[in-house]
Design a protein around this ligand. Structure first.
Ligand SMILES: Nc1nc2c(c(=O)[nH]1)N[C@H]1C(S)=C(S)[C@@H](COP(=O)(O)O)O[C@H]1N2
Ligand SMILES: [Mo]
Length: 258
């Protein structure tokens, strides 16, 4: 057990360091504050370099088209309640932007159209909810590692925090808003994607439109829906309950590996 944890720590360290090294050749581009240039840069990054960055990561099992579940039940929030979200549904998410900030060299706001221009990955995987149900779905989206290397992860970064549009619990201080976090190992895992499509269609509201996380070697609650912001951080102990996620603040394990 100890050796697994140590190896994980070691990989987190080297992942961040390599991320920073990978950046140096592209400084000119990231200084430019031009989303299009960063997108172009992302396109040059290949899955091969991603594999070199964090080698030896086990893949979650992938299935075939015929395995796709005829019904995939929505869970947790199936319709965020805010007026802001309703307005975005109304305009087809044309005003939605994903904020990417924190310990990155080039913070930015990306539209859905921007994200769809990036290289994508499609995977058919099984979603396992801790409540005891599973379903197989087909997901398409942007590999998170590719996005992170495009914006450039700063040394000292260890986690990626995902902020969502929905409040699962109504509170006065806003602590009922859904959020999640993963470490850089999982962030750079080849099957960790920001999915905008499910079963060959635009992601439905019930499943997290316009963008949700797929982090395939983890239980369902890590797969944050309704993404609004991604923040790269050195810790998460200073966010809300300090445990790294909505359900983690209510007693669930932070590391929900399967
Ligand atoms: N923003 C947000 N993300 C969320 C949840 C939620 O309530 N809000 N529920 C989680 C849980 S417990 C599960 S099992 C999955 C369900 O995904 P689905 O609705 O596509 O089935 O989303 C996860 N991500
Ligand atoms: Mo779940």
């Amino acid at each position: 057990m100890t050796s697994i944890i140590n190896r994980r720590r070691f990989l987190i360290g080297s992942g961040a360091a390599l991320g920073a090294v990978g950046l140096t050749g592209c400084d000119d581009v990231v200084q430019n504050e031009n989303v299009q240039k960063v997108l172009a840069m992302a396109e040059q990054l290949t899955m091969r370099s991603q594999r070199l960055l964090v080698p030896q990561q086990k893949l979650a099992r992938e299935f075939t088209e015929k395995d796709i579940s005829p019904t995939f039940r929505p869970n947790g929030t199936s319709q965020p309640g805010s007026e802001e979200y309703a307005a975005m549904v109304e305009n087809g998410f044309s005003t939605w932007k994903l904020k990417v900030d924190g310990l990155v060299n080039q913070p930015m706001d990306l539209s859905l159209a921007d994200l769809k221009k990036l290289p994508s990955r499609t995977q058919i995987t099984r979603h396992d909810c801790v409540e005891g149900w599973s379903a197989i779905g087909k997901w398409t989206g942007v590999p998170l590692g590719l996005l992170l290397r495009s914006v450039g992860v700063k040394p000292g970064a260890r986690y990626v925090v995902f902020y969502c549009a929905d409040e699962l619990e109504q509170t006065l201080d806003g602590s009922g808003r859904y959020y999640e976090s993963i470490d850089l190992i999982d962030a750079f895992h080849p099957q960790t994607i920001l999915a905008y499509s499910m079963n060959d269609k635009d992601l439905e509201v019930a499943h997290g439109a316009p963008l949700r996380l797929r982090v395939e070697r983890h239980l369902g609650y890590k797969h944050a829906k309704y993404l609004m912001r991604i923040e790269v951080r050195d810790k998460f102990s200073d966010i809300w309950g300090g445990n790294g996620g909505f359900w983690e603040d209510r007693g669930y394990e932070w590391y929900a590996g399967i």
